[in-house]
Design a protein around this ligand. Structure first.
Ligand code: ATP
Ligand code: MG
Length: 464
């Protein structure tokens, strides 16, 4: 019954799949066991040998088909979480809304999820399904999924996934790909298509809009009609998503190696306003000046480059770049009200971060670092004999210096002299560093609180 399709290249696949109802089983495709992590194969084998069905699913299959290196390997199975746990000593069950098994191999974690089924009053239920919660609908009044712990069949599991290209199952028993949603066809056409009715699927989980943008950026896929327009119509549903989840999603957007494209698409789809509203507002207020946009883009270009060569990045750095415009704008308001330079900056930093917290929560360790980067700009701009060495030894010096370099790159040429000085001092030995500092002037004592003073320029030069 099984048909074999000859194929040669990674995406030249799946022309005439074997059809069984909605199921396509594809035997000729480029995914091999060599593309899959050994730990994932171990887990698949143990589950299969215990008599369960188990498949590699999601990004692990999609990325291999596209010739990319998967970020992680997820497994879907008909074994229930407790059954999975009984098979592995190194297994931990996690999650309340989604009960998942994590099989832990040192730093490598393989996530095993039991097939999810439909909620509803039994019209879709199967023998193996059981319902963990009393409320069977699993949806809130406005259609959002609030729980998702009904077990089901592989076919039910497939149609509950977000995009067709994320619903491909690799079966190591015969090296075939199981496809219920035309995902293989969509991989070939390079399109991102939500499974089912886009309106219903976005309503169930509005974060899928952000995921659409992220995958379109990462895979260089086109978001197909339907899946595409509904984002413009339904973006405001993101306002109901908890800030902690949106923070995680924003990290994936900007620290996933395709940050620049994600940023462009977020703006194109008018979604930035739901993640970083102060930044979107800043763009609106300054539509005649593209320096904030260039600043953010340059930071993302650097981030993407660092990630491409395996270097790590600290999210606080990008967040400090992203919120720099809103910070300066707010600081200017405090200055205009007569607050001192120092006070204005500190109050603005506090407010900008506090307001942002209700959209994407920012962990304390990151917000401290963001403030350090911002506060150090002033010392970097005007090194003084008294403070320069302390600044140089500060644990955030390098981040603050990189931030300054970025400001210079987008045209803040008044920083050049100070930037060169800091570049030079980093290359000196300790003795020469002291010498360089001794040649500096000491900071002049300023008069306290000149209430009438409108603006202090030395720190807000880029501000328009
Ligand atoms: P990557 O790991 O490269 O970001 P991925 O596709 O593996 O991409 P994950 O977030 O790891 O994405 O999720 C694994 C799989 O779980 C997805 O491929 C998709 O099938 C399913 N999934 C994840 N999030 C959702 C969601 N919000 N709605 C429906 N299905 C989802
Ligand atoms: Mg994944």
């Amino acid at each position: 019954m099984e048909s074999t399709i000859l194929s040669t290249t990674k995406t030249d696949i799946m022309d005439q799949p074997e059809l069984l109802g909605n199921l396509r089983r594809i035997h000729s495709h480029p995914v091999t066991q060599d593309d899959i992590s050994r730990n994932a194969i171990k887990v698949l084998n143990v589950l299969n040998q215990a008599g369960y069905e188990a498949y590699l699913v999601g990004g692990g299959v999609r990325d291999v088909l596209l010739g990319l290196k998967p970020k992680d390997f997820d497994i879907a199975t008909n074994a229930h979480p407790e059954e999975v746990k009984s098979l592995f000593r190194n297994c931990r069950l996690i999650g309340r809304r989604f009960r998942l098994a994590h099989i832990i191999f040192g730093r490598d974690i393989i996530e095993v999820a039991t097939f999810r089924g439909h909620h509803g009053e039994g019209e879709h239920s199967t023998q193996q399904q059981h319902i963990d919660y009393r409320d069977k609908s699993g949806h809130s009044k406005d259609g959002q999924i609030v729980r998702d712990n009904v077990f089901g069949t592989i076919e039910e599991d497939a149609v509950r996934r977000d995009f067709s290209v994320n619903a491909l199952y690799f079966d190591i028993r015969d090296n075939s790909i199981v496809d219920y949603t035309d995902g293989c066809e969509d991989v070939k056409r390079k399109v991102l298509r939500l499974i089912g009715d886009p309106e219903v699927r976005y309503r169930e989980d509005p974060v899928r809009m952000i995921r659409a943008v992220r995958f379109a950026a990462k895979l260089d896929f086109r978001i197909i009609e339907g899946t595409h327009e509904k984002i413009f119509e339904m973006g405001d549903l993101l306002a109901g998503i908890p800030a902690a989840r949106l923070f995680d999603e924003s990290l994936k957007l900007f620290q996933g190696g395709y940050g620049l494209r994600c940023f462009e698409l977020l703006r194109e789809y008018h979604l930035l306003q739901y993640l970083f509203p102060s930044v979107e507002k800043y763009f609106l207020h300054h539509d005649d000046d593209d320096s904030a946009d260039r600043f953010i883009r340059q930071a993302l270009i650097n981030t993407d480059k660092r990630l491409a060569i395996g270097k790590n990045v600290n999210p606080a750095f990008f967040l400090s770049v992203l919120l720099w415009g809103p910070l300066l704008e707010l600081k200017q308001r405090f200055l205009t009200n007569g607050d001192s330079e120092f006070e204005s900056l500190h109050k603005a930093a506090y407010d900008v971060i506090r307001k942002q917290q209700s959209f994407t929560s920012i962990p304390k360790r990151l917000s401290f670092m963001m403030k350090d980067i911002w506060f150090m700009q002033r010392q970097l701009h005007k090194p003084t004999r008294k403070h320069a060495l302390r600044t140089l030894r500060h644990k955030r010096f390098r981040a603050a210096y990189d931030f300054m370099e970025l400001r210079l790159k987008i045209g803040e040429t008044q920083l050049l002299e100070a930037y060169n000085w800091w570049t030079e001092i980093q290359q000196k030995n300790e003795h020469d560093q002291h010498e360089m500092c001794n040649e500096l002037k000491n900071e002049k004592k300023k008069r306290r609180h000149p209430k009438h003073k409108k603006k202090s320029l030395e720190f807000t030069v880029s501000e328009k």
